[in-house]
Write a protein that binds this ligand. Structure first.
Ligand code: IVH
Length: 713
């Protein structure tokens, strides 16, 4: 970017940030996350660092705090409200510890961790034990009076509990701090009702406490957890240690809050060093979804109040605490180009190529745009600044365009009318969102099919990456997957990627792979709609004729008993692919439709695929090159759970989820993901998710691990 472009960009970024601040803090209606906002702010900072001449006093980088909305009475906080510093990695957290340790040399520090609830910070003042005022954080000095809505919340007591024979009349002024939030369920309920929509629990909580009408707030199930207390001495209410137990530690604070009848979040924990904080953080990254409410990290606090006071604070935040936040799952970036990718079923997917950006700890430079309709709906153009999102293992996607940042030079994307790889016609059937290449021998389809065929859950062949497959095709050594099994050492060693040893290794893996279970085989064919599960259902339904053959021990990999102790060769029962073709062709469309777990669309697809002469030719070729289907006579198979459907939730004491699922299937039952009236049992462990509540609501039987094991004993 040159100087002029930077100036223009700085202007746009500032405008955008001002609007975001207003939407978020004043109107409580921004859909754009704080993480995305932070990224824009960072870009502004960087540009301003590069061109300090463009910094203006009104730049959002030049001020702290937020705007007040003006609807409610402003109240001056008794003590100024600070915010927390944050850290995003183990290193940053240990740096924080090092810094604060220096402020209290020689003192042994201990810590409390609390969950960082994603809600709204609130101060509540009790006078003579009675709720007097509830005030939002506001700009830290002045907040808004939201007493009228907070009074409707069941988790906020109107009167504090009396401490051991202590008279409420003698209570000093007590100011407590905590987080107002909305559970995931309540938030969903409100959004499902179709009225005002909230993007996250924080917005929902803010939007609700700042309702003028308390009746609306009363209906919305707001909740509150408390985490701080400030006992205020003054002449009217003198306090002495004998009257109220002033906490010496954060642990005592939490206990005192509970004694006063103020709820604390129950997952707080005492740590004698940061080691356990680091390991807990790892656990919470995985466990957070099982909570009924959203959290965005852990708050780490020095336990001793004496230490806290010695550490003091910076202009914005106390030094004794920091928020260890989960990695941001959203960020912003600019679209450099949009390209079309052709998948193994011929589907054309538009992909955005991005200026590399960090999301949740990894660098992202491509994001899916899904399909033509999505591009049009979001109005995505090359050159746009966009919000990118990544959650868990899923492919990053473009969520939204920041249209205010456009310069007018962005170019709209047009879906091609011909396949960008082979030039054939593209077809988009009525009612479908996906366009497809019509050429069954399109190079891209071949490539993707082959990559799928050798992938981990299919034939699982090592040493056959994208590049190698590309070369094998372009050197005309293979046309389809069957040709892989006829590759010769001489063919391979002459290739760029194969030195002597690699060639032999690949041939060895191919040999091991020749014997494969029927479900894996069906999955490997890469038929549209046939994922792992459907492949298994179909394979289970077939009665294949088997015969015994002798194999090398390591070829028996689908039966878990690999290698070593075993004899060098072994007899196993296998079926032929020809028999698989016959058995599937015997099934009519109606037969297929009746198989539990196979719907109309899938039945049609199976029927068409296995009755297509080109495909049958391909299957016969696979038989010819030596692929055999290993018959899986599983030990311990029973009918004890026949026709019974299970849903698993939470962490089981000894069984892993996969193990539990295997046991269900082995005993003839079915494991599914969602609870419905048809579910027979919910198998629940600790920290169960929403499935547990749904089961309770529907009256589905809930069992624990011992009860489950009893069923199959
Ligand atoms: S202690 C000086 N403890 O996080 C402020 N804050 O980023 C003392 N929060 O404004 C805050 N859970 O709204 C603290 N267990 C917890 C918290 C928590 C959520 C929020 C709070 C605060 C923000 C700071």
């Amino acid at each position: 970017m040159d100087k002029n472009q930077s100036k223009e960009r700085i202007g746009k970024l500032k405008e955008w940030l001002k609007k975001w601040n207003y939407d978020y803090f004043v109107l409580d209606k921004s859909d754009v996350s704080e993480a995305a906002r932070d990224q824009i702010k960072k870009e502004l900072h960087e540009l301003e660092d590069e061109f300090p001449e463009f910094i203006t006093p009104d730049s959002p980088t030049q001020r702290v705090g937020s705007v007040l909305s003006g609807k409610f009475a402003k109240i001056k906080h008794i003590t100024q409200k600070q915010s927390l510093s944050d850290v995003f990695s183990d290193e940053e957290l240990t740096d924080w510890e090092e810094r604060i340790q220096k402020l209290v040399p020689g003192e042994k520090l201990d810590f409390i961790t609390e969950l960082k609830l994603d809600g709204l910070n609130l101060s509540i003042v009790y006078e003579k034990g009675k709720l007097f005022k509830a005030v939002t954080r506001g700009n830290g000095v002045f907040g808004e009076d939201v007493t009228h809505t907070v009074r409707t919340m069941p988790s906020v007591p109107l009167t504090l509990r009396e401490l051991d024979g202590f008279n409420l009349e003698n209570y000093p002024i007590i100011e407590v701090g905590g987080e107002v939030f909305m559970s995931k369920n309540s938030l969903k309920k409100i959004n499902d009702e179709g009225g005002q929509q909230f993007a996250n629990p924080r917005n929902a909580a803010a939007g609700t406490v700042r309702q003028l009408n308390p009746a609306v707030a009363a209906k919305r199930n707001l909740e509150m957890y408390f985490y701080s207390i400030n006992i205020i001495p003054n002449t009217q209410y003198p306090i002495s240690k004998s009257q109220i137990p002033i906490p010496n530690t954060q642990l005592e604070t939490l206990e005192l809050l509970q004694k006063l009848g103020l709820r604390t979040e129950k997952h707080y924990k005492h740590h004698t060093s940061l080691d356990t904080v680091l390991s807990d953080m790892k656990d919470w990254k995985k466990k957070r979804d099982s909570l009924a409410y959203e959290i965005d990290g852990l708050v780490v606090k020095v336990n001793s109040v004496r230490h806290q006071n010695l550490m003091g604070s910076t202009a914005k935040s106390p030094r004794y605490a920091t928020a260890y936040k989960f990695p941001a799952e959203q960020s912003t970036s600019q679209i450099l180009d949009i390209e079309i990718q052709v998948g193994r079923t011929g589907a054309l997917t538009p992909v955005a190529y991005l200026k590399p950006t960090q999301i949740a700890g990894s660098t992202v430079s491509r994001a899916t745009l899904h399909n033509e309709d999505e591009i049009r709906r979001k109005d995505v153009r090359v050159g746009d600044t966009v919000i990118i999102q990544k959650a868990g293992d899923i492919i990053p996607e473009v969520v939204e365009v920041l249209k205010d940042l456009r310069t007018g030079k962005e170019t709209p994307f047009k879906m091609p009318t011909k396949c960008p790889v082979c030039g054939s016609e593209i077809e988009r059937p009525d009612g479908e969102v996906v366009s497809r290449c019509t050429n069954p021998s399109c190079y891209a389809i071949h490539q993707q099919q082959l990559e799928h065929f050798v992938s981990r859950k299919a034939f699982d062949i090592d040493g056959l990456g994208e590049k190698v497959i590309e070369q094998l095709i372009s050197e005309k050594l293979i046309e389809d997957a069957a040709d892989l099994f006829e590759l010769r050492y001489e063919d391979l060693v002459q290739l760029e990627f194969f030195k002597d040893k690699k060639a032999q290794n690949l041939l060895d893996s191919l040999e091991v792979a020749e014997i494969i279970s029927a479900p894996r085989f069906i999955y490997a064919l890469g038929i549209r709609y046939i994922g792992e599960e459907t492949a298994e259902i179909l394979a289970d339904h077939l009665q294949l004729e088997t015969h015994e053959i002798e194999i090398k021990a390591e070829q028996k990999r689908d039966q878990m008993t690999l290698f070593s102790e075993e004899p060098k060769s072994k007899k196993v029962a296998v079926a032929e692919i020809g028999n698989l073709i016959e058995e599937i062709q015997k099934l009519t469309l109606e037969d297929l439709n009746e198989i539990d777990g196979i719907g109309d669309k899938v039945a049609d697809m199976i029927y068409d695929w296995f009755n297509n002469s080109e495909n049958v030719k391909y299957l016969k070729k696979l038989q010819y090159v030596g692929i055999k289907l290993l018959s899986e006579k599983k030990e311990g198979k029973t009918d004890k759970l026949k026709n019974q459907t299970f849903v698993i939730t939470g962490t089981l004491p000894s069984l892993s989820r996969d193990k539990a699922k295997d046991l269900i299937k082995l005993n003839g039952g079915k494991a599914t993901a969602t609870v419905s009236k048809k579910t027979d049992y919910v198998l629940a462990g600790t920290e169960p998710g929403s499935k547990y509540r749904k089961a309770e609501k529907l009256g589905v039987k809930i069992i624990d691990e011992p009860e489950f094991l009893n069923l199959i004993k």
